[in-house]
Design a protein around this ligand. Structure first.
Ligand SMILES: [Zn+2]
Length: 472
């Protein structure tokens, strides 16, 4: 399997560090608001990565952190703690805010068929590990203290900037343009490891005792500490969005390597942005769209997943409603075909029990090659369509292949795989409605459609005839 490593800027063969498992760390959400569909794109990419590893027979140990403290509104250690700011606005505690938006995030994850990471690690539950890392940095001369905070001195770390390719000089010049709230910070690009209950954060709601006084951790330290704690150091793959490259991941690499004198992770992978009219989706741009917004407009969240898979994860997705519409149409075509196959092939249900023909094996190989070539999901989708349309593979083979492919693609194909057991009374309603439709008695046909809906089914008119399914 080949994966593009942002650190070496090359596609590299995966060579797992352990015999029996692959360690995968994915930066998780800051739980102060609903995720927007741009955020969710990254989690879909990571889900495909995890499932592709499993497709190749690897056991994956996956960890995702949940940021519930320490992520500030400003990049240069400025502004407020996002979770705390929200708590004050909503007159709740930070813990309540974090619990609520974690739940909302996991709901989105489920709707998009993203496998919920088995290990979710909230930052507030790993303060001890973060403090241990900071102590190590002091011992080795990378950390220093001011009355307001503890910082990492970026000039002490030789390879700072390796991931982003930005020179330290350029980084410091850029950082100088931002408001620096602590006059005793040595270099503008130094980043906070620990904030004290002093100055701007005198009344911070969440705090813990530490050798440097009561306070709370900075954002970057949590990922270094949590990943090391749960996956060991180094581990195999670390992922996030491209927006993590310049600061968050650069800082993770610096502090982990400085503290323990070994790399944090072998392969670093980053998902590109989703853009609207060439602009990145973000709060400050005022163009946020959530999954709930898509659902309100009547779209199936899986159509969004399809849309995302149709672009390689290292290319931008230019989102517009028409493309979502097209994705939903493509998805419906798949569902229709699968239902049709299932109906035509009810007699021989033991789909798993036969050997694939050479031709069918060929499709499976193409699918694997697409995924193993740095997760080429557009190509994998093309193979899915090719199998559905293929004239040279049998129906049972098609069913087997598409069911297998869907373990990675996650398009809900399984729901249509078994011919739906439509109760006779529903079937009768559908037949009666067909008759009304053919006789152009549309009002009566519509009344029957409503009745069908009210008993939990829906009917769609296709060139193949009415397509009945349980309402999803
Ligand atoms: Zn992170």
């Amino acid at each position: 399997m080949k994966l593009y490593n942002s650190l070496s800027r090359k596609k590299e063969s995966l060579k797992p560090l352990h015999k029996s498992w692959v360690g995968l760390y994915t930066c998780g959400p800051t739980v102060y608001n609903y995720a927007h569909i741009g955020n969710l794109r990254t989690y879909i990419f990571e889900d495909v990565l995890e499932k592709t590893l499993q497709w190749n027979g690897y056991n994956v140990k996956r960890v995702m952190n949940i940021t519930d403290v320490g992520h500030l509104t400003g990049d240069a250690d400025t502004g407020n703690d996002k979770v705390e700011e929200r708590a004050r606005t909503e007159k709740k505690t930070p813990a309540q805010i974090a619990a609520f938006y974690t739940r909302a995030f996991l709901d989105d994850v489920e709707k998009l068929n993203i496998k919920r990471p088995p290990i979710l690690a909230p930052a507030t539950k790993h303060i001890k590990e973060m403090q241990a890392l900071i102590k190590e940095l002091f011992k080795r001369g990378y950390a220093y203290e001011t009355p307001q905070a503890v910082y990492f001195d970026v000039t002490k770390f030789k390879n700072y900037g390796k991931l982003s390719g930005q020179s330290l000089k350029a980084k410091i010049t850029a950082a100088r343009k931002e408001v620096v709230e602590d006059p005793l910070k040595r270099n503008a690009a130094d980043f906070a490891l620990w904030f004290k209950l002093a100055g701007h954060f005198k009344n911070h709601l969440q705090s813990w005792s530490s050798p440097w006084g009561k306070g709370f951790p900075g954002w970057h330290i949590e990922c270094s500490a949590i990943s090391r704690e749960l996956l060991g150091q180094p581990f195999d793959i670390h992922t996030g969005g491209v927006d993590h490259i310049g600061t968050h991941h650069e800082n993770e690499i610096a502090q982990s390597q400085a503290a323990y004198n070994k790399p944090l992770a072998k392969i670093w992978m980053h998902g590109e942005f989703l853009v609207i009219n060439k602009k990145r989706m973000g709060k400050s741009e005022g163009n946020l769209i959530t999954l709930a917004d898509l659902e309100k407009k009547g779209y199936n969240p899986i159509a969004y997943r399809y849309l995302v898979l149709n672009t390689h994860y290292r290319k931008k997705v230019d989102f517009f409603w028409g493309s979502l519409e097209a994705a939903e149409e493509a998805l419906k075509k798949i569902y229709r075909s699968i239902t049709d196959f299932a109906l035509r092939w009810q007699k021989n249900k033991k789909v798993e029990k036969f050997k694939l023909s050479k031709r069918a094996e060929h499709y499976r190989r193409d699918f694997t090659l697409a995924l193993n070539g740095d997760l080429n999901t557009p190509k994998a989708l093309a193979v899915l369509h090719a199998v559905i349309d293929a004239k040279d593979v049998s129906l049972p083979e098609k069913m087997l292949l598409v069911t297998e492919f869907d373990k990675v693609l996650g398009l809900d194909i399984g729901k249509y795989r078994v011919a739906p057991k439509i109760p006779p009374e529903v079937r009768k309603l559908v037949e009666a409605r067909e008759l009304f439709r053919r006789n152009k008695q549309f009002a009566r046909a519509d009344a029957l459609r409503k009745k069908i809906t009210s008993v939990g089914y829906e009917v769609e008119d296709t060139p193949l005839g009415p397509f009945i399914r349980r309402r999803l």
